[in-house]
Ligand binder design. Sequence first.
Ligand code: NAD
Length: 441
Amino acid sequence: MPDRYSQIVNAPVVSTVARQVGLPRPVDLDRYQPDGPVIAGPVLSGAAPGARLERPLKSLLDDIGAERAGAEGKAKALVFDASGIADSTELVELQRFFYPAVPRLRSSGRVVVLGTTPALAGSARAHAAQRALEGFVRSLAKEIGGKGATAQLVYVEPGAEDQLDSTLRFLLSPRSAYVDGQVIRIGKAVATAPAIDWDRPLAGRTALVTGASRGIGAAIAATLARDGAELVGLDVPQAESDLWAVVESLAGETLPLDITAADAPERIASHFAGGVDIVVHNAGVTRDRTIAKMPEDRWAQLMEINLSAEERINDALLESNRLSANGRIVCVSSMSGIAGNSGQTNYAASKAGVIGMVESLAPELAKRQATINAVAPGFIETQMTAAMPIGPREAGRRLSSLSQGGLPVDVAETIAWFASPASTGVNGNVVRVCGQSLLGA
Ligand SMILES: NC(=O)c1ccc[n+]([C@@H]2O[C@H](COP(=O)([O-])OP(=O)(O)OC[C@H]3O[C@@H](n4cnc5c(N)ncnc54)[C@H](O)[C@@H]3O)[C@@H](O)[C@H]2O)c1
């Protein structure tokens, strides 16, 4: 749903004036519709010489029944396999493909560039050329954001060519509406993925979502349940009735619990005596003050909720072997943890710590055939952001390539992609859900 500013600048007459004076005019982004196709329009694909991903790409496009774009006419997605580029002189292949293709891209279109993990590209020249793709994609995302279109770069490790499916389905679809200008790294599978029903990829999987009684947590709960998960929603005991209201309609269970309680890790582990497939650490708080006005209790309480409790819960689940094989831990970091924010030293430290937790646990979880990843939301339309003063609120919305805030469901869809049993090659990633916010980019 467009915010008030978007409604005004896109209204007849005003839109002409807004265009003339150069005001951002946010596009109403395509979002997931039940029974909709993965991508609603023709896909134009291309490749540089030496490409390694053409075969898995073609098979994915066949599987999703994607219409192929012809030599002319509009395209809903542009996919370019740059994985074979081995020298900076070959980067011109990007110009050759995108120069005629970008004007054909439709509103809410998708650009995906596929590359080879630079450090594994085989030579110093190839490393540099593959690394160059980041600058290209981030700039292209800024050029096409005005039409609500997004661009991402997916680095695929040699030997992980068969791991593209879940990521490409997500990036091509409207589920990734507010993910923009991101670099995603795909590695070899940590486990054997089971056969997937793509309409209900989480069928038969149990999922714990903390902070599920409202806001982003409620959207995560609804999205994981929509995808078939058996849901356990956790929130503080004071929020039990709100939690029940969310979980009841999703045929889930409630677990009223303060995650900072001394016995919380043990209680969570024993609740999942038969194992848990997906753990989403969403519960989090802000306690904003500049550091010169920050009392210790304000700092300590936030750090407990946003980071230390999550570490203890992970330890308890891993020590008791309760995280199932092909299990998933998904954390909610924040753009503040990447960019920093005045008045949020405590919050940004905790959310940067979440990123550190993902980095440090990813190899350990891979050994256990599981993954850990994080989303880092930018400006998301929630009660929290609605209560902000108008200046910072409008800046938060407009200072991004998509010129608007995201919705809780945008964060939830990204978590559902990480949580998919097919995302066995997606480990240790931190993906911003921020419309390519200019902050900390
Ligand atoms: N809203 C945004 O724009 C935004 C941006 C970046 C990151 N985030 C992060 O997303 C997550 C959800 O944010 P939101 O906007 O929905 O916030 P919210 O305040 O609406 O929801 C947070 C939930 O966590 C629960 N919670 C807090 N402390 C808890 C505890 N000790 N034990 C159990 N549950 C507890 C709360 O009761 C609440 O239901 C948070 O981690 C937040 O830091 C939000």
